[in-house]
Design a protein around this ligand. Sequence first.
Ligand code: S3P
Length: 188
Amino acid sequence: MSDAPPQRAPQRIALTGFMGSGKTTVGRLLAARLGWQFVDLDSAVEQRAGKTVPQIFSEEGEETFRQAEAAALKELLQLPETVIALGGGAPTWPAVRDLLAGDGALILLHLHAPFPVLYERCVAQARDPRSTPRPLLSESEAAERRYKHRLSIYAAISHRTIDVAEMDAQQVVAEILTDRPTWGQSPT
Ligand code: S3P
């Protein structure tokens, strides 16, 4: 668990968690409930680069993608009243963790579920021809190793971990909003 959430009114909420945890779906709904804007970090990277995430991975490699994530995130952390869905691997990079830790008006939430639940969701999403392929999800055992490595990172940087395995996106949003009365209040 990171330091306490911001003591002044938060301006941004970022959602972190492994692929398939619902960051984008929940983020969009949460932003609508709050009357805030929603930005997906992958989409922001794609817009800046003029390429899709799989293209960046295949043409320039993961390191370039991670640098692009950090650069895009730096801009997003200037925006008021914004919900941000981070890419699942973004917080594995120290530059991204530093940016998140340096934002005093950010609430960071970890959407957590067991690996098999998330993997199944990703496989189901991949069947949709409109979905963007996930370059790092090709093989289940490697993905599970990645998941295990990341869990402690997600937990360490987040203000709260929410177990989303048994909930749909609306329920996750409702759960997040139970904390709303305390946002921006000093701990007593
Ligand atoms: C990645 C997750 C993806 C995307 C890229 C790499 C990862 O985002 O950033 O494919 O390393 O876990 P989602 O978590 O939104 O799928």
